[in-house]
Design a protein around this ligand. Structure first.
Ligand code: COA
Length: 315
């Protein structure tokens, strides 16, 4: 896709853009997506965008100002060169799928496309804008810093074949109304900027679930401590398409040993094994403390680090 001297147009994605857009947005797929299977589930989701009925529905949601996601592009002679999507969460816009076609990079396209997404977040009156980026993606981090984002938290992704069975007792599964106290506990554990922009909810304890949750799936939640008091919390999902189990650690009390914490994720790992997961992913806020020992005892090497960047919508 050569870059010509036509004026660049900044606008929202149209159905006719889909074939070229897909080639561009796939360039956003990095080690994180490839090592977790999110590359395959993402491509499957893109394919559903071809359905004409969906576009009529999206236009209606946009007109009503309630679309859950909007996708912005830069085009040159009608061809997509750069793209960024924004998902609307309760207190923030969450930017994802940022990519510029390789020959068109370094011309400010991504910066402008992301600014279009910012304007949409402003119109929806969300106070914060957030995104996650692989910690070693220096080019992207430089672009985001210039756009006002600051590194707010880091997450370590331990990924490997699902461990063999060696159950460790200790965790209780939390369901229904008991989730409320878990949500409150998780938020109390968090640094204020993270809590303000991306508060825990019963359906999304850790904001990363927003991108990692398989379509339509309900997570399972385990906690250490109930009923006397919560000491650690984890949320797990299984994705049949990629035979991948993911467990997100939402918080843990300081001083817990790696043996105790292994009991938190053990039921999730047992579930993954029984259900046929070939791959397991453990996601932990960094610094990981005793979790390095837990992960190595499960045979899950640290594979990727991601950085959560946040900025205020105003200013
Ligand atoms: C990160 C990315 C989206 C930036 O897109 P872009 O349209 O090149 O962004 P901009 O032009 O607005 O800013 C580019 C910055 O990259 C650097 N850059 C300059 N020339 C470049 C080139 N030819 N190629 C790549 N980067 C270049 C510069 O730091 C530039 O900033 P500057 O204005 O200080 O020189 C793009 O590099 C990309 O698609 N990378 C692969 C996918 C990816 O990493 N996505 C982010 C996932 S979170």
């Amino acid at each position: 896709m050569a870059v010509s001297s036509h004026p660049i147009e900044y606008r929202e994605l149209r159905r006719s853009d889909l074939p070229v857009w897909e080639k561009v947005v796939l360039q956003a797929i990095g080690l994180l997506e490839r090592s977790t299977g999110l590359d395959k589930t993402t491509v499957a989701q893109f394919r559903t965008l071809g359905r004409p009925g969906l576009w009529a529905f999206l236009r209606l949601l946009r007109a009503l100002g309630v679309a859950p996601v909007r996708v912005f592009v830069a085009t040159d002679a009608g061809q997509v060169q750069s793209t960024a999507a924004v998902l609307f969460l309760p207190r923030s816009g969450y930017i994802a799928g940022v990519a510029t076609d390789a020959p068109a990079r370094g011309k400010g396209l991504a910066t402008h496309v992301i600014e279009s997404a910012h304007a949409a977040v402003r119109r929806r009156r969300k106070p914060w804008i957030a995104l996650d980026v692989e910690a070693d993606n220096e080019t992207a981090i430089r672009v985001y810093r210039r756009l006002g984002y600051r590194e707010t938290a880091e997450f370590a992704w331990f990924i490997g074949p699902t461990p063999g069975s060696s159950p460790v007792p200790g965790a209780t599964e939390v369901r229904g109304s008991s989730l409320k106290s878990v949500v409150e506990w998780v938020d109390r554990q968090r640094p204020a900027p993270l809590r303000d922009a991306l508060p825990a909810r019963p359906r999304t304890l850790v904001h990363l679930e927003t991108i990692a949750r398989p379509a339509g799936a309900k997570g399972r939640t385990w906690a250490l401590g109930p009923p006397t008091g919560i000491r650690a919390v984890a949320r797990a999902y299984y994705t049949p398409m990629t035979q991948t189990g993911m467990v997100f650690v939402a918080g843990w009390e300081a001083g817990l040993s790696s043996d105790t914490l292994r009991g938190l994720v053990s039921p999730a790992v047992e579930w993954f094994r029984e259900i046929g997961a070939t791959r397991s992913v453990l996601v932990v806020p960094d610094p990981t403390g005793p979790w390095d020992d837990v992960a190595s005892s499960l045979g899950l090497p640290r594979t990727v680090s991601t950085t959560l960047m946040i900025r205020a919508t105003a200013g």
